[in-house]
Design a binder for this molecule. Sequence first.
Ligand SMILES: *Cc1c(COP(=O)(O)O)cnc(C)c1O
Length: 243
Amino acid sequence: MTEKFLHDESRLKAVEENYKRVLESIKESAVKAGRNENDVRLMCVTKTVEPVYINKVLSLGADLIGENRVQEFLGKRDALALDGVECHLIGHLQTNKVRQIAGEVDMIESVSSLKLAKEISKVSVSKGILSSCLVEVNIGREESKSGIFAEELEEMLYETAQLEGIRIKGLMAIPPICESETQVRRYFAQMKQYFIDIKDKKIDNIDMEILSMGMSGDFEAAVAEGSNIVRVGSAIFGARNYF
Ligand SMILES: *Cc1c(COP(=O)(O)O)cnc(C)c1O
């Protein structure tokens, strides 16, 4: 076994402290924004993290994890204490991987095109399941990111609403890297506005319940602007070693 798979007690301790601190900051940010602290869920983002550290946060009560890659999740999950824990796929999903992941996670947060939604629908119908999904919005209109542009969102949702086997539960976004908190808050506020606008349209088969935004560097700002799932990785597990 290589060294990176050996866990060390000091890192376990750090993960525990980080997890508790992040939870505390979420609560503080929610209260400060006049929100109910229970309205915001913490997702522990576990990409590249070895099971021993993931199980640490699960033992502390974490009930939602996010993984980016289909293969990594499927390879790791047997080593995880997932009883009562929700698992979401949050990374870019290729249509040719849909069959492997549909039905294996509780939610796919990264539905970034109508084409992908159609594939999830097709596969889900063939498996006899209903796949809960979020639509990923490319809020900063960045070439480097996937996701639907805001102006395409409504039409995409109306079309997705017609599909069987897939249920849209809300929106997810990763804003551009920003120089100031004011700037990133503007993106989060825009997302909240789209979320509300769509909710008000009451589209059949579209439930606007979840607004997933905020990561290690900006989750407080996201909570202030109305996020109800924050996806936090490195602030809990430390810097990632890609392997
Ligand atoms: C990696 C990742 C996160 C967590 O990022 P951190 O900055 O480590 O908190 C959140 N969301 C998505 C989609 C990710 O890929």
